[in-house]
Design a protein around this ligand. Structure first.
Ligand code: SF4
Length: 221
């Protein structure tokens, strides 16, 4: 083991640990209304990312405890090592496969440069989950920031073309339980939207109150 783990933890998880959620970075290029990652309410936003060497040590130790499924998340995980053209992220995906992780996935807001999808290491991912909060740009962008819908949908389409296994995560907001001018529930339209993109799975998340009322904004990287 690379780290001195608490014996109780080790004994409890040895051969029982199945999956790991690894938070790579606490920064994000969006500021969605519902997000906890905001400087004014979050307990730990310091724009920090985990050192690559530490991430490798952690996933190695967790693999030894039995983990076979790894989820890379943040903040926004595609910002991990962005100044080095995502080299640490790509290396980490490759390393996790070499270590024997059977299922490696990433949770993303879909705002990354689409060239990332072309990278052979990124193509080792077993699943990409895109977060999008509405079937129209009006609904989504009001929650997640201007332009975020178009960028995310473009990356979903490109990922589909390249054969990635994709699903969508959507937060259920009050907008999704409204109806459009034809009487269609936006929640139903969300499912149709996913179907039209050729996506077979949507995770709906419910929201809980955090007293966070500030508007979202989009930040360029
Ligand atoms: S994409 Fe939105 S919800 Fe996800 S971490 Fe960034 S600001 Fe938060």
């Amino acid at each position: 083991m690379n780290y001195n783990m608490d014996e109780k933890f080790k004994n409890y998880f040895q051969d029982n640990l199945k999956q790991v959620f690894l938070y790579l970075i606490d920064d994000c290029n969006l500021r969605c209304i519902q997000c906890l990652y905001k400087l004014d309410i979050c307990f730990q936003v310091e724009k920090k990312e985990i050192a690559y060497e530490d991430a490798v040590k952690l996933i190695s130790d967790f693999r030894r405890l039995g983990a076979v499924k790894l989820t890379l998340m943040g903040g926004e995980p595609t910002l991990y090592g962005i100044k080095e053209k995502n080299k640490p992220l790509l290396e980490l995906i490759k390393k996790s496969k070499e270590l024997g992780y059977e299922y490696v996935r990433i949770d993303t807001n879909g705002q990354f440069n689409s060239e990332l999808l072309e990278q052979p290491e990124f193509q080792m991912l077993d699943e990409i989950t895109f977060s999008i909060d509405g079937p129209t740009s009006e609904i989504n962008d009001n929650i997640r920031g201007k332009g975020s819908y178009a960028k995310c949908v473009a990356n979903i389409k490109r990922a589909k073309e390249l054969g990635y296994n994709i699903d969508i995560t959507a937060c259920i907001s009050k907008e999704l339980i409204k109806r459009d001018e034809n009487g269609n529930l936006y929640l139903d339209r969300m499912i149709k939207f996913a179907e039209d993109l050729g996506i077979e799975k949507i995770n709906f998340h419910n929201l809980f109150k955090t007293r966070n009322t500030k508007r979202s904004f989009y930040r360029e990287y």
